[in-house]
Design a protein around this ligand. Sequence first.
Ligand code: AMP
Length: 285
Amino acid sequence: MLRLSTLEAWREFAKSQRASGRTIGLVPTMGALHAGHESLFDAARSRHDLVIATIFVNPRQFNDENDLRAYPRTPELDERAALEHGVDCLVEPTLEEMWPEYPNETPTTVSVAGVGDILEGAGRPGHFNGVASVVAKIFAITGECRAYFGEKDFQQIAVIRQMVHDLALDVEVVSCPIVRDADGLALSSRNARLSDEARIRATAFSRALANAQSHAASANEMRALMRETLEGEGIDVAYADVVDPVSLESTSDDEAGERRALLAGVLDGVRLIDNAPVMVRARRG
Ligand code: AMP
């Protein structure tokens, strides 16, 4: 497995591989790799001649200094996971290479209005500007490719798809299913920060979604049901919403059909998110 850290070497490598006729599957990550990330490597591996993974803990997408400081870093384990899951080239750019001005502002920011302003965007100001800016840069350096993202970050995919469309970037975005622990908790690098006791209560997220999926209910009934499940475990709910799966706009109570339930909340000082498809029925009477 080739390891690169400069933008120039990364750009030249991707360019030369494409020139030799190879297709590129790209998997951007922030490291602390787990089976969720590995599923993206596997998906890219199954469709491409070459798999490039990036690891960069992007400070511009953290709206909370403490969250950035506490973000887990496991470089040796990450290298092994990438190798074992068929990554050909692991790129770990330095902060100086990616954002030379940091901690000062980089003059250019990519901002996706609408889908980037609601839900996570409303609760974490600046978060999606940071995500869109770093992903745009990663796409610019890699060039034509398919890029693999997890549905765990459902809104992030919507933001990136919008950006790719609006900027006509030469990238096809592929979304991959959420990988969960046996008890239903969606894998996340942040789960490592939960106490044993909070780790058990965190299953309320997947239970809330399963409750919503198994009850034929209107959008508002589902919202209330999910909120109740989360609050029952002492989770400070940021949102428990039912939305259109493309625009992410809130579903009104008289609509029926396939929607997406999205949850976010803080447990033990750790902000967790989860989501699942749901079938809403129109409010009766
Ligand atoms: P991160 O390192 O958290 O920025 O995540 C990198 C990529 O892995 C993103 O596309 C995430 O959506 C994806 N990812 C994280 N957790 C999971 C999971 N449990 N299942 C599937 N994909 C995931």
